[in-house]
Structure formats: C-alpha cells, structure tokens
Ligand binder design. Structure first.
Ligand code: SF4
Ligand code: ZN
Length: 318
C-alpha cells in the first residue's frame, strides 16, 4: 500500500499509487479520483441497504432542485440503479418563485434530467398555493425558511404522490444532518431530534429518505468538480435570515479544528435515538381538522401557516 507524498511532494492515494485528489481528514486518508468516487458511491449504497431505504418495486421520487446536493444525489442514484431490482427513479422539481435564484437552478435540473434520461416533473408554488414565495413572504422575510420549508415539504409530497412514488429522496448531506442535530438541540426540540422520517408505519406519508446523509459537503463538491458537473449557482436571497447559516459556520469551524466533529454529532444522535425509543412522546397521528392530512396536532403545519399568514393560500390541492 502506497501512502503519503509521491516523488515531487504530491500526495498519493492511500489505496493505490495514483495522485490523490482528496484528503479524508477524520481518518487521515488520501484518495485518488477513482477511489474517491468508489468510496462515496459505496457509502451511499451502504446507507441505502443498512437502513432499507430503497426496496424492490420502489418508485423513488428524487427532489431535484438543481443545486449541488440534489445534482450529486441524482447522479449517484442513477449510477446505483442497476444494482436494485425493479426500482424506478423520477425527478421532481419545486419552483417556489424566488426571483433571481430559482430560474437558474431549475434550468440546471432540466439539463441534468435530460442528460440522465430520467422522467422529470415540475410543480410551482403559484400552481399549488396561488402565489410565488416572493409574494407570500413580503414583509415576513425574517421567517422565510420556516415558511418556505413547510410549503416546500407539501409541494414535494404532492409531486411525489402524483408521480406514484413510494419513497421521496432528498439531497441532505452529512453537514445538513449535523446542522439539524445541533439546531434541534439548541431549540430543545427532542422529539424532532429523534424523529425518523424514513419510517412510516401508518402508511399515510411517503417516507422521506436521505441517501447522502453520510457524505460531506466537501466530498459532494469534489465529486461534482471531478465529473465537470460543478456549477456556480447563486445563493437563495433569503438564506441570510436562517439560523442554519449561523450553525453552519460554527460547525464548519469546529470540523476544521477538530476533524470528525460532524460524524460524532451524528453518532450522538444515533445513541440518543437508541436510548429514547418509546421514551419521548411524539404523540399519536391525527388528521388535520381543515384538510385531512396526517399531522400530530389538530391542524397540519400548512393549515396552521395559513392561519398565521391570515391569507388564503389558494390554487390547486397541495
Ligand atoms: Fe427556502 Fe430558505 Fe432554502 Fe431559500 S434558503 S430555498 S427560503 S428554505
Ligand atoms: Zn391541514
């Protein structure tokens, strides 16, 4: 096994003698292009099989925003598809109506779905809720991500249902998941910390799966760059209002100074989950009083939001 630097000081892959393109800091391992691709794709395949995220006969709707994570997810799932029996992929793109931002990522999603030959469906906020996110948020910009999150979730679920999907895959990566763990701890939201959205015993939700949950943002960026699929896309103009942004910057700094921090956070979540089975009341499933959708209280999040916004989010059924 050849490790460390080559003749001219260029690091070599820890698994072969090829030039290294990536340094995996938690285990101090250099990887060449081929071994990096294999490591990432194998980790996604393992995440899927260890957790039974995709099973024979599934139709998997992939939330394809056109951004980095969903692009990598679509590419990797397409590559792994032949290894699963009788599984179908369909890309679904939600256009919230965010001026100067979403148009470009939707174009990128269209291009990718065409290149990969995957069926592609679009839904828009104006169609589903009667207005664009920009219009809905006017004067409420500081709550942008909370409002957008609830509406996006409904929109994706609606598109997945219309596509006949049995699973809904999203591009959340290791960094996103570690940020969510920390955010839920900071908010004191233990039920949400241990909720498993990929398991649905009631049969009333389409289970949401996150095949990239063990792959870091840095690995995804390198994967896309080396596939020449990297795109310099604008950032959502509302992102600056998000708590997630602050948590992200704290975690990035911690990960830099203490490699493995994000993995440790995920391990902590796993241990809390294991020790808390049945101990944390997540409440029984009800039907929303207004729309009949499954929810934990009297009203689902969307119907609560409608009341808070004090406006009709009209349009077609979400
Ligand atoms: Fe929606 Fe916030 Fe993401 Fe923008 S940053 S797309 S507002 S959740
Ligand atoms: Zn409702």
């Amino acid at each position: 096994m050849v490790t460390g630097s080559g003749t001219y000081g260029q690091p070599r892959c820890s698994l072969c003698s090829e030039p290294a393109v990536f340094f995996y800091r938690p285990v101090q391992r250099h990887l060449c292009r081929t071994h990096l691709f294999t490591a990432i794709e194998q980790r996604v395949a393992d995440t899927v099989s260890d957790r039974n995220l995709i099973v024979q006969g599934d139709t998997v709707a992939v939330g394809l925003s056109g951004g980095k994570d969903s692009t990598a997810l679509m590419m990797i799932l397409t590559k792994l598809l032949p290894s699963w029996e009788n599984v179908r992929l369909v890309a679904v793109t939600v256009d919230e109506g965010i001026s100067g931002y979403r148009e470009e990522t939707v174009r990128s999603a269209d291009r990718l779905a065409r290149t990969l030959g995957v069926e592609h469906r679009h839904v828009t906020f104006p169609d589903l809720f009667g207005d664009s996110l920009d219009a809905i948020l006017r004067g409420r910009e500081s709550q942008a991500c909370t409002i957008c999150g609830i509406l996006r979730k409904k929109a994706l679920a609606s598109a997945a249902r219309d596509a006949g999907a049995t699973k809904l895959a999203t591009g959340h990566n290791l960094d996103d998941e570690a940020q969510s763990v920390l955010m839920n701890v900071l908010r004191g939201d233990l039920p949400r910390l241990v909720r498993d959205s990929s398991a649905d015993s009631s049969g009333r939700f389409i289970p949401r799966i996150k095949p990239l949950r063990a792959v870091s943002e840095k690995e995804i960026a390198t994967y896309l760059l080396l596939h020449e699929a990297w795109m310099d896309l604008p950032e959502c103009p509302y992102a600056r209002h998000a708590l997630r942004r602050e948590v992200r910057s704290i975690l990035t700094s911690l990960e830099y100074h203490h490699p493995g921090t994000m993995l440790h956070l995920m391990e902590s979540k796993g241990k809390i989950e294991k020790n808390c089975i049945g101990a944390i009341a997540t409440g029984p499933l009800h039907s929303c009083r207004e729309c009949g959708d499954p929810c934990s209280g009297e009203l689902c999040q969307l119907c609560q939001l409608k009341k808070t916004l004090d406006r009709e989010l009209s349009g077609n059924r979400p």
